[in-house]
Design a protein. Structure first.
Length: 186
């Protein structure tokens, strides 16, 4: 399960049975998307856009939940982020990889054919800071990009697995297993 909101009155909960509920402490909870038995991995507010990920697709709330990026079974998405509706990133895992380059980063611009980059380990979180740096985190890796689909490994976090990344005002925080917290000052 995952939870995110656009404001205090619009909080979304993505469930393991494929449902998404919306509500708040003052409003009744209602199904915004009905059960279809495909679990959601993550739901997030990215620059005012509600994005939800599940294997192998990214969905966006634009009046209704719509599939906006689909890996057609090649990769499993864990999280998504984007600076705008026409510029989306998704991270996840290549389930059939045979080497260590199992992390995948999809980048789709204006609904065009996505570019795909591979990085070490699997990836579970993505965030873009106001400075323009994009962070992708996962199994033993923090990868960064300043755009143009050029990614580099910022640091290896072996043996820790990182699951989430977020920040504000030049401060970025990454969290993972064994109470791992990485603080990055931009």
């Amino acid at each position: 399960m995952s939870i995110a909101g656009t404001d205090a009155n619009h909080v979304y909960v993505a469930g393991i049975e494929g449902d998404i509920a919306v509500g708040s402490a003052t409003d009744m909870w209602n199904l915004d998307r009905t059960v279809d038995n495909v679990a959601w991995r993550n739901i997030a507010n990215a620059n005012g856009m509600m994005l939800a990920t599940r294997y192998p697709s990214v969905w966006m709330l634009d009046g209704t939940w719509t599939d906006v990026l689909d890996a057609t079974g090649d990769h499993y998405f864990s999280a998504a982020w984007g600076p705008s509706r026409d510029d989306l990133y998704a991270v996840g895992v290549n389930p059939t990889c045979t080497d260590n380059m199992c992390g995948v980063i999809y980048h789709s611009v204006a609904g065009g054919m996505p570019t795909v980059k591979l990085v070490p380990g699997g990836l579970y979180g993505i965030f873009g800071s106001s400075s323009g740096t994009i962070y992708a985190v996962g199994s033993e890796t923090i990868a960064t990009s300043r755009g143009y689909d050029a990614w580099s490994v910022m640091m290896s976090t072996s043996p820790y697995v990182l699951f989430g990344v977020h920040g504000a005002n030049g401060q970025v925080y990454v969290v993972g297993n064994d109470a791992t917290i990485v603080h990055i000052v931009e």
